[in-house]
Ligand binder design. Structure first.
Ligand code: GLA
Length: 389
């Protein structure tokens, strides 16, 4: 199969009868550590993966947007003066981004394009953030808007929250916008300060897809968010400066058992300890210490399993199998959980074999068509100008 970069260009020419002038790519992501901390104003450590959404396009003189997908039979077409109201399907992300950019006061121009992507959908690898950021990059290029990745990530998050109606935090959009080659980003989700951190030398990230349905993921995610907010309200009665769980220390939590319900306590304990683990992970990565990073990843998984209760039988199995495999330093679920993917930090020369070994046993034990792939860290949303003659 030709790479997506060429497939979208060829499909563009076949559809519109001329060559596209611009090409855009935005990546999906894995999160190395720092899960369910972004909406608590905390720390995360994602990296952009080498799978993403690609769009070949040409600006139009009018204010129409026309986008055809290679992967889906449908085409979307709308006028920027009349975006309509939210509906369903992948087109919502496109219209949602147009809506959010216009709400922010940007004067958008129309364009026509072809899209394709290779981030598996509903796998917890942020295929929707990749789509949003690719579309934002396209609008910026077609409308001569200076590309400001953090600002665009915020607007894409707004599109997802307010147009599509999914209550996500900022992590997925930020990493798809700002990712860096061979590096993870430590992000402070309160200040949006970003620090780029190298992966430990001679290691690779293996993505382990469970192929299990993410049952009730959206409602369970919202419940977690609400429990965290309720815990903050109670903690504020004693510590008025607490704006989010980010402001809570483990000592404060230990002294708050009379304020919080047992459930709130467990959820808060995950968030407070996870923030600390991200900071320790960043120090370990700077010290090229794969062993400590691996141990922190495993502790993160345990906390997500026990206290935050967002793991699943399949994700636990992937992590257990990974930890039995030579060359693996650590493993954990990545993304929201409830299904989707786990990741493993593996010695580079053992990565491919480790992925195959883990998935073979996983398939045999579950009967599910799990998959493994090795991913290096890639750049965030990119634009290329193409020769049209
Ligand atoms: C999903 C959300 C993110 C983040 C993670 C959990 O991926 O989109 O904002 O909350 O779950 O860490």
């Amino acid at each position: 199969m030709a790479s997506l970069r060429y497939r979208v260009q060829r499909a563009f020419q076949a559809t519109f009868g001329y060559r596209p002038g611009l090409l855009v790519r935005a990546p999906g992501r894995v999160n190395l550590i720092g899960e369910h901390t972004d909406y608590n104003d905390g720390f995360v450590m994602p990296m952009a993966i080498n799978r993403g959404a690609w769009i070949a396009l040409q600006p139009r003189k009018d204010r129409q947007v026309v986008l055809r997908s290679i992967d889906f039979p449908s085409q979307i077409r709308f006028r920027l003066d009349d975006i309509g109201t939210p509906d369903r399907g992948w087109g919502e992300y496109v219209r949602g981004v147009a809506w959010a950019l216009q709400q922010a006061g940007y004067d958008l121009h129309g364009w026509e394009g072809i899209i394709s992507g290779d981030v598996p959908r509903a796998a917890g690898l942020s295929s929707s953030a990749a789509l949003e950021l690719a579309v934002a990059r396209v609008f910026a290029a077609a409308s001569q808007i200076k590309w400001q990745p953090v600002e665009m990530a915020r607007l894409c998050q707004r599109a997802e929250n307010e147009w599509v109606g999914v209550n996500c935090g900022i992590m997925d959009q930020l990493i798809s916008a700002c990712g860096e080659r061979d590096r993870a980003l430590q992000i402070d989700c309160r200040s949006l300060h970003i620090e780029s951190i190298p992966l430990p030398p001679h290691t690779q990230i293996v993505v382990l897809y469970s192929a299990a349905r993410r049952n009730l993921a959206a409602s369970a995610y919202n419940q977690r968010l609400q429990t965290c907010e309720a815990a903050v309200q109670r903690l504020q009665t004693r510590w008025p400066h607490v704006q989010a769980l980010r402001d809570v220390s483990s000592e404060m939590l230990a002294a708050a058992s009379d304020l919080l319900t047992p459930l709130q306590m467990r959820r808060a304990r995950h968030v407070v300890s996870e923030n600390q683990r991200v900071l320790e992970a960043a120090a370990a990565m700077r010290a090229a210490d794969a062993e400590t990073l691996g141990a922190l990843m495993l502790a993160s998984h345990e906390s997500l399993r026990r206290d935050y209760e967002v793991s699943s039988r399949q994700l636990d199995l992937l992590v257990t199998l990974a930890m039995q495999t030579p060359g693996v330093f650590g493993a954990r679920l990545t993304g929201a959980g409830f299904g989707g993917c786990a990741i493993a930090l593996v010695q580079a020369n053992a990565a491919v074999t480790a992925g195959q070994t883990i998935i073979q046993t996983y398939r045999a034990e579950t009967g599910l068509p799990g998959r493994a792939f090795v991913s290096r860290a890639t750049a965030g949303a990119q634009l290329w100008r193409l020769r049209q003659t």
